[in-house]
Design a protein around this ligand. Structure first.
Ligand code: AMP
Length: 587
């Protein structure tokens, strides 16, 4: 540890007593049945339904409390109470039912942050269909891959975003209904689409949620791997136990909080912590429709009196760049707790938070597959800057290594040793499959451990420290990008013979997507071809996924079996030792 810990005051000095008052005793006393008892359950033993616990439970108890405060980029505000959210999601559930959409059918949303998105998510969950959120900055190809693979029957989108879908529609034979909405503006008549508002107007405000089993499907998020297309990590309704408890302990949510999560709803943080954790904890959730900008964001913190803020390292580093003086020119004194996820949070960023806002950022770790925060820095606990924190109550992570003698993965007991970060299965929000790919799912479990794909260390006091990923997946601005998807898009260009894609370290975005391309005979490297390829990839993949840099090479290093050696491309790019090249193909 290179930095001094940030020491937290005694409990009686907190203005709001932290929910997790003592990490050790809360962990020792943890039991998921007790958490279940804090939730409601559907009437007549109907089980845990995510939408009921997040919305209807509060609509029944505190109907007039503001659930969602929607803030536009221009600063206009619309409030939706828990009762409003219940009515809106009931209407959506009825609209789905009227269309004949059934339990387990896949319903996708491809939308910016508008109130209709949230009604669609909870309406889908009430109908026991599976909700699949898509990042609105995706280009047509990632959208096609996901809708095609999941056999989505319904897509809810806007006229503007439908432009990306129209061109791939012929590839989506399972997509029966495209519902268009534009936040109250009449949508144009587009063949193959229907106006959502017309369906909602005809739908009843009353909806009885069917009995929901613990293992009924709820949410599906596609996530990128090293090889192949993205995989649909599918979750179940009883995951709500984890959303609720982590909201309470890791984000320290109290019902009176004004909470803001900056994550896009197309990614898992945007659902688990943009919707499920805050609403199961009964807070007022601020939804800001605007994009990133230091002043715009500080204005939200100030004007909305945000008390708990959950954001990401790339954004924090961009805020740092804008300078401390900008923060100080706003009144952010309502802030009580700040947290960060998605990439390693550098110690400087933790300390900068402390200096600029008077409170530090609390890093936490989890991933699409875990569905909830697994390791966290808690309000009541000292922070070791650079560490992801300590395990949540009810979660058993470990550093594991392969023991050559026994042939098994085993937990490393000594502190300070680097190994694979693994978790004992059994936490409620664990993904239950990769959709239609049980084999790949099974490959993530070894010898009684779930392998996260990350490398880490644990210190003597149980704090975990991130080391890196054990695969080629790229983390750019907190979003995972699979190199294979980018390579596949590039080789569709007529000039490209082969492509290899790596994550290149970047001071702000952690990594940027960099491609190496070998051209077909008859094509010569040039700046204009480079720009053309970048534009080509952006149109197909969207700006967050497409490569930012492209280098031309006469040929790419490959193994004798013909696999592109990304590891070698990366080592050469960074001027690092090339490691074992015994499998390298002869030139
Ligand atoms: P995703 O599944 O897209 O949410 O990405 C999860 C991955 O992001 C993890 O497996 C890590 O590689 C990385 N990640 C998430 N949170 C952290 C963190 N606090 N520190 C370091 N890496 C993180």
């Amino acid at each position: 540890m290179d930095h001094q810990p940030i020491v937290k005051p005694p409990l009686d000095q907190f203005s709001v007593p932290p929910n997790l008052d003592n990490w050790k005793t809360r962990r020792a006393a943890h039991n998921w049945d007790a958490v279940r008892a804090e939730l409601d359950g559907l009437p007549n033993g109907g089980g845990l339904n995510l939408a009921h616990e997040a919305i209807d439970r509060h609509a029944n108890n505190t109907p007039d409390k503001v659930a969602m405060r929607w803030v536009t980029a221009a600063g206009a505000v619309e409030d939706y109470t828990y009762a409003d959210m219940k009515r809106l999601s009931n209407r959506f559930a009825n609209a789905l039912r009227d269309l004949g959409i059934q339990k387990t059918d896949r319903v996708f949303v491809f939308m910016d942050r508008t109130p209709e998105l949230y009604a669609a998510v909870f309406g889908t969950l009430k109908n026991l269909s599976i909700i699949g959120p898509l990042f609105s900055a995706f280009g047509p190809e990632p959208v096609r891959d996901r809708l095609q693979h999941s056999h989505a029957r319904v897509l809810v989108t806007t006229p503007a975003l439908y432009k990306k879908v129209g061109q791939i529609r012929a590839d989506l034979p399972h997509l029966e209904h495209v519902l268009l909405t534009d936040h109250g503006v009449t949508v144009p008549e587009i063949p193959g689409t229907q106006p959502l508002d017309t369906l909602l107007d005809a739908a009843s405000e009353e909806f009885e949620i069917p009995p929901t089993a613990a293992e009924d499907w709820s949410v599906m998020h596609y996530t990128s791997g090293t090889t192949g297309k993205p995989k649909g990590a599918a979750h179940v309704h009883s995951a709500v136990l984890g959303h609720y408890l982590t909201g309470k302990y890791a984000l320290d949510l109290h019902p009176e909080d004004l909470y803001w999560c900056t994550a896009d709803p197309g990614w898992v943080t945007g659902t688990s912590y943009g919707m499920f954790a805050p609403w199961t904890n009964g807070v007022t959730n601020i939804i800001y429709a605007g994009g990133f900008g230091a002043r715009g964001w500080y204005r939200v913190l100030q004007d909305q009196q945000v008390t708990v803020w959950y954001t990401a390292p790339t954004a924090i580093r961009m805020l740092m760049k804008a300078g401390t003086a900008v923060v100080k020119s706003f009144d952010t004194s309502a802030l009580r707790f700040m947290a960060s996820v998605g990439e390693p949070l550098n110690p400087e960023a933790v300390l900068w938070g402390h200096e600029a806002f008077g409170i530090p950022f609390h890093d936490n770790w989890w991933q699409t597959e875990t569905g909830m925060i697994m390791i966290a820095n808690y309000a009541s606990q000292d922070i070791r800057p650079g560490s992801m924190g300590r395990p949540m109550p009810g979660v058993e992570p470990a550093i594991i290594q392969h023991n050559e003698a026994t042939g098994k993965y085993e937990a490393v007991v000594e502190p300070g040793v680097e190994g694979d970060l693994a978790v004992r299965p059994g936490w409620p929000s664990m993904f239950r499959t990769y959709w239609e790919d049980q084999e790949r799912y099974a490959s993530r479990f070894k010898d009684g451990w779930y392998l996260t794909g990350d490398r880490a260390r644990r210190d003597a006091d149980g704090y975990f420290w991130f080391v890196g990923r054990s695969d080629d997946v790229i983390n750019t601005a907190g979003h995972l990008v699979g190199p294979f998807e980018v390579e596949s898009a590039l080789i569709e260009h007529e000039a490209v013979a082969e492509a290899g894609v790596i994550g290149k370290p970047d001071p702000i975005a952690m990594e940027i997507v960099k491609a190496f391309v070998a051209l077909k005979d008859g094509y010569a490297p040039s700046d204009s071809l480079r720009n053309e390829l970048i534009g080509f990839a952006r149109r197909k993949l969207g700006p967050g996924v497409a490569p930012r840099e492209i280098d031309f090479l006469p040929s790419l290093p490959k193994t004798r079996s013909g696999k592109i050696m990304r590891r070698l491309l990366k080592a050469r790019e960074l001027g690092l030792p090339e490691g074992d090249t015994s499998t390298l193909e002869d030139d």
